[in-house]
Design a protein around this ligand. Structure first.
Ligand SMILES: Nc1ncnc2c1ncn2[C@@H]1O[C@H](COP(=O)(O)OP(=O)(O)O)[C@@H](O)[C@H]1O
Ligand SMILES: [Mg+2]
Length: 285
């Protein structure tokens, strides 16, 4: 039997298209507007992690903030367009545009991608992340599970859950993320894509130095590494070995770029605009 949400407006017909730490995402049909949508139900106590939210109010605040960020960023066309918030029993769900395709994480389960495709995806990601930076936000959570590859090979980002507004003061949300980091102790261990300054908690409180867009340069470097080598982030030295071992097709300039993007010191990493430029140049060759 189909599960209906929001008094029958949304019919869930594919149970799970994906899940992360915070949410489970379902494919659904919007009977009112005759279109497909995605519904991200935000879990209250995600697997393994207890007491993520201090209470009902904090849970609602965090879900609504994610929705508001999607609204603010909708004109860029990078993230799925938000449609509404629904309540399903004790859970809240974000209804949004359904992005066709597979996440990069799923694609990489079949092995590494050819260099030309990595360059193509890299160029698109650099442009999208730069657009986010210009709009005043830092993605902070750039990894293959948050990247969708549409069948025509267009790239879309999903998951505005950990985005940071660089301009507007956002302290309450940052405090929650800071508390969550301690509770979950996740970032350092879970993804090799999280820059050291984020792991240290830079920018999570008003007294600290702010986080910079260079965090996303590091994350994108990890995505490029994953894509060239397989689905788990390796050290850039692995890349050099692969480059010399099995393919003259892995351009040295790409290895150098990724190594620079993965520098532990943000100020030594190239700027996102330079990353985009280098990737475009390599793609054109
Ligand atoms: N709008 C969408 N359309 C299609 N699939 C999506 C959409 N949003 C998320 N997904 C899928 O669900 C997975 C988890 O979503 P995400 O927002 O990253 O959750 P979390 O915050 O828990 O990490 C993604 O990896 C992706 O595969
Ligand atoms: Mg995610």
């Amino acid at each position: 039997m189909a599960i209906m949400l929001a008094k029958g407006r949304f019919r869930i017909y594919q149970m799970l298209v994906g899940s992360g730490v915070f949410g489970s995402v379902y494919r659904a049909y919007d009977t009112l507007k005759d279109r497909e949508v995605a519904v991200k139900l935000l879990l209250r106590t995600p697997a393994k992690f207890q007491n993520l939210y201090s209470g009902e109010e904090e849970y609602e605040f965090i879900v609504k903030e994610e929705f508001k960020l999607l609204q603010e960023l909708a004109p860029l066309g990078v993230f799925p367009k938000p449609i509404g918030i629904i309540r399903q029993n004790r859970l809240l769900g974000i209804v949004m545009e359904f992005i066709e395709g597979e996440s990069l994480m799923e694609l990489l389960n079949d092995g590494p991608l050819p260099v030309e495709r990595v360059l193509d995806y890299g160029v698109q990601l650099a442009e999208q992340l730069e657009a986010l930076h210009t709009a005043g936000v830092i993605n902070r959570d750039t990894h293959p599970g948050n990247i969708m590859v549409v069948p025509d090979r267009t790239i879309r980002l999903v998951d505005a859950g950990l985005i940071r507004r660089a301009r507007k003061r956002d302290l309450r949300r940052e405090q929650w993320i800071s508390a969550m980091r301690l509770k979950l102790k996740i970032w350092a261990t879970m993804y090799g894509h999280v820059p050291p300054e984020v792991v240290r908690g830079q920018g999570l409180s008003a007294s600290q130095e702010p986080l910079t867009p260079q965090a996303d340069v590091y994350g994108l470097g990890g995505v490029l590494l994953d894509s060239l080598l397989g689905h788990k982030v390796f050290a850039p030295s692995e890349l050099w070995r692969k480059g010399s071992e099995d393919s003259p097709s892995l351009p040295m300039a790409l290895c150098e770029l990724i190594e620079a993007m993965r520098d532990s010191r943000p100020e030594y990493r190239p700027l996102m605009a330079e990353v985009g430029w280098t990737l475009r140049t390599l793609r054109g060759q």
